[in-house]
Design a protein. Structure first.
Lengths: 213, 112
């Protein structure tokens, strides 16, 4: 039986589908140049992201039903489920942003792009915050042969990953709010590469320590 | 519809210096309650009560390992930051830190 976070995830996906269907069916409300039938792939815009979210949920639910194979502790899955819910909310938020841009509710396009970066930053912060609570699993976290072999190493590297993810997310949000779009894109690329470097360095340091113990 | 009981405040759990020390200890790895109690002057039942408060706040998890129950750290990044912030404020010279011996009284008060 799916947990509370998964049930909420299904509700969010249904809402995203409903929003997409409403946009597709009531396209006479949008400016003529942007009517669904005149857009190449109106259906794609209406349903692609909710379908992606539904597929992610379905796959997770399938894996969760096989949980006893890869997780022995009953509470191990709670953080993973909560992270999945945040990913679903992110996809739904992106979907809403696309619909708002297409219907010209958000009339300045680069604001929309900056909002997309805010969403990405928020996802990194909320997922990174929960990353230290995850335990070895098949879907979410820093999964390497070493981290899957040792529960302690998993907890340490995912704690480090959580810190890096939260810091990167906050930087991206601040940059998206304070900088112009092209600069935000470059800033995000540099920040993401730096974060990856920090994480790799931390991984190697933790691996060396665990070898010594 | 059955409603679950509200979990104790995380900040209340972090307010006690002994509980913060337990969290610090668990960073190095999972331990059972006896191993944790060995590192404190307080008695084992007192440490057990502290662990119960941390467990109820969701800051530690109990995991069955062979015949024993081990406790492992279960804090999020924000809870970690709150932990460090409270530690920092408590270490400031003008803030009088509670001696660890008063931990028993704090737990007793919360339970009441």
């Amino acid at each position: 039986m799916p947990g509370t976070s998964l049930v909420r995830g299904f509700v969010v996906v249904l809402a995203a589908y409903a929003a997409g269907a409403a946009w597709y069916a009531l396209n006479f409300w949008v400016p003529p140049a942007l009517r669904a039938e005149e857009l190449s792939g109106g259906g794609l815009i209406a349903f692609m992201l909710p379908t992606l979210a539904a597929v992610v949920l379905y796959l997770f639910d399938t894996f969760e039903s096989r949980r006893p194979l890869w997780s022995r502790e009953p509470g191990d899955c709670a953080a993973t489920e909560r992270i999945l819910f945040r990913i679903i909310v992110f996809i739904a938020g992106l979907h809403a942003l696309v619909l708002l841009l297409v219907t010209e509710v958000l009339w300045v396009r680069h604001w929309g792009l900056q909002l997309a970066f805010v969403l990405i930053g928020a996802l990194l912060v909320s997922v990174g915050n929960l990353l230290p609570k995850t335990r070895p699993n098949v879907l979410v976290g820093i999964r390497t042969p070493r981290s899957l072999r040792s529960r302690h190493f998993w907890m340490e590297i995912n704690r480090a990953g959580g810190y890096v993810s939260v810091a990167l997310g906050l930087l991206i949000i601040v940059a998206a709010v304070g900088l112009d779009y092209p600069v935000v894109r470059q800033f995000t690329a540099v920040a993401a590469l730096t974060a990856l470097g920090v994480l790799v360095e931390r991984y190697l340091a933790l691996a060396r320590t665990s070898e010594r113990v | 519809m059955k409603r679950s009981a509200p979990s104790p405040n995380v900040f209340r759990a972090l307010a006690d210096p002994t509980r913060r020390e337990i969290l610090q200890l668990l960073r190095k790895g999972a331990l059972n309650s006896g191993e944790i109690a060995d590192r404190f002057e307080a008695t084992w039942p007192t440490i057990s009560r502290h662990l119960a408060v941390l467990h109820a706040a969701g800051l530690v998890r109990s995991v069955r390992h062979r015949q024993e129950v081990r406790y492992e750290l279960n804090t999020s990044v924000v809870q970690d930051l709150a932990h460090h912030l409270i530690d920092l404020v408590a270490s400031l010279p003008h803030v009088e830190a509670k001696p660890p011996t008063s931990a028993k009284a704090t737990v007793g008060k919360q339970e009441a």
